[in-house]
Design a protein around this ligand. Sequence first.
Ligand SMILES: [Zn+2]
Length: 287
Amino acid sequence: MNEKVNNKNIYMMDAHIHISLDGENSKKLRAELKQKKYDSLKKILCRYRENNILMLRDGGDNLGASLVAREIAETLGIIYKAPGWGIYKKGGYGSFLGRPVGDISDFKEIFRKLLKFRPDHLKIVLTGLVDFESYGRVGGIFFTFDELYYMVQSAKEKNLPVMVHANSPEAVRMAVLAGADTVEHGYFITEDELNLMAERGTVWVPTLSPLGNLIKNGDKRYINQIPNIKRIYEEHCNKIRKAASIGVKIAVGSDAGSYGVPHVTGFFDEVMHLQKCGVSQVTSQEI
Ligand SMILES: [Zn+2]
């Protein structure tokens, strides 16, 4: 006989959110944040608490919102991991996720400033987004291995874990070899990288919801790309199954805040997508 589970006793963690984005059109929220109006952040965090999602890990923004959210979260009993701002390559993808870095000396300067805000981890944007128009194409790799290695090791010297946004086999391999603690997204990953991650203990946060929700909702904005998005999603699912079978650590991170992934429900979407992929037991651990 199955005993009824009391959901009130299950505490959950979303390992990849963006509190500065609202999951739809983030213009209004970002305008408020620019004016240092933080009521919306509190409302979002209260909803996380009501739903027992009591640990959140932020993927960064350029407005300092994750740092403010961490303070509010503390008053609500939520453990909030904030990177302050992410690091992206000057001229590359990621301007709304953090601050631009042209070279190592730029990084040293920005990292020194960042440390004053006591970040919980370092977020590095290594690649662009998945291109929905063409299978396998992503928006480039922006840092060299040496640059990435230097940044990761600088964080390690300060005992900070490192979260690397990486799509494509080459970028994931670079991230793992440079010492990233978690690989975010990892679209188009192959078995070679999965084996390496299992060996090294690198955590994968596959963020299925941004694609999975477009498919689930038959999103009008991407209606022509849906067949390709489905192919990418299904291949990602195959890799997640493979990863689980060889012992890669997988964390539930929805990318809540990104288009089509609302806060709070995004977490449950991610669990649903993982289960749909065949990952039957979903657990999370503090990273
Ligand atoms: Zn993200």
